[in-house]
Design a protein. Structure first.
Length: 286
């Protein structure tokens, strides 16, 4: 996984790009009618049930826009919320609060939706050893906050990007000439480049699981679109030699069944690509 320093830099880039996109050369609506020295107070109002996420990120956004803004947090990230709850108050320069408003709301609405969906998956897995993983199926440019939201919801982060883990999927295997060739070439590459990256290999059927297991150094086998019986058979073959991950069109109805097959992880792109934003508003306190 990426370091905390790298992650923090990603957050800085997201905020900078959001300000470039949304503010540009100025919030002329606010500049036109609100004195530059005016101060005010606003509250983050929750208008739906779910798991709140993005409070800490909102603090970063506000203080990037204006370090003098003061945020009083009432509800922390990861807390269940309901209609009418107030997550925080922000006090300070009125123009600054309004510059940050939409970026804060867009981020928190998205993050809260992801955290809410993730926690619903986590609850379905209770009593099994399986953990829910996210994927790289994220919104371009804001992956860091979407994966952060998964963690807030109780899930686990898979690789962050192409650079922090090796994942040999079907196309890699086919282009490389087969599973063993792909694994061996990968291990040679990592040695030559002096890189220490975990290797995950995708299997499309039981025969491929058997071939993967003939090679040392594989951290995890991804069982792609296996049915329940195939998954149980694969887990028995793997027998703790490496981790087993189920993936491919797994939803709320099938999640528990795959977990009960004995896999260590279940990855789901739906955590980040199939959610509806939580309804939140930033309202002036008069």
């Amino acid at each position: 996984m990426i370091s905390q320093h790298q992650f923090d830099k990603e957050l800085e880039l997201i905020i900078a790009n959001a300000l470039r996109e949304d503010v540009g050369d100025g919030d002329h609506s606010s500049l036109a009618c609100i004195p530059a020295t005016a101060t005010g107070k606003a509250k983050l109002l929750v208008k739906a049930e779910g798991i709140l996420a993005g409070v800490e990120f909102a603090k970063q956004i506000f203080t990037t826009v204006d370090p003098q803004l003061q945020i009083e947090v009432l509800v922390n990230d990861g807390t269940p919320v309901k209609y009418g709850d107030i997550a925080f108050y922000v006090t300070g320069n009125s123009q600054a609060i309004l510059r940050a408003e939409r970026i804060v709301l867009n981020s928190m609405q998205r993050m809260s939706a992801i955290a809410t969906k993730t926690q619903s998956f986590v609850k379905l897995l209770e009593g099994t050893k399986a953990k829910i993983l996210d994927t790289r199926k994220t919104t371009p440019g804001i992956r860091a906050i979407e994966k952060w939201a998964v963690k807030i919801g109780g899930g686990e982060n898979h690789r962050f990007a192409l650079y922090d883990m090796i994942m040999l999927k079907d196309n890699h295997i086919d282009f490389a000439g087969g599973i063993t060739q792909a694994i061996q070439q990968t291990q040679k590459y990592l040695k030559e480049k002096n890189k220490d990256l975990k290797i995950i290999v995708e299997a499309r059927d039981i025969a491929e699981v058997k071939e993967i297991l003939k090679n040392d150094g594989v951290y995890q086998i991804l069982l792609d679109n296996f049915d329940y019986q195939q998954t149980r058979e694969a887990v028995a073959l793997i027998n703790g030699k490496c981790f087993a991950e189920s993936s491919g069109n797994i939803n709320e109805k099938t999640l528990r069944n795959y977990a009960e097959c004995g896999v260590d992880f279940i990855s789901s792109g739906a955590l980040t690509h199939s959610v509806y934003n939580m309804d939140l508003s930033l309202k002036a306190v008069l």
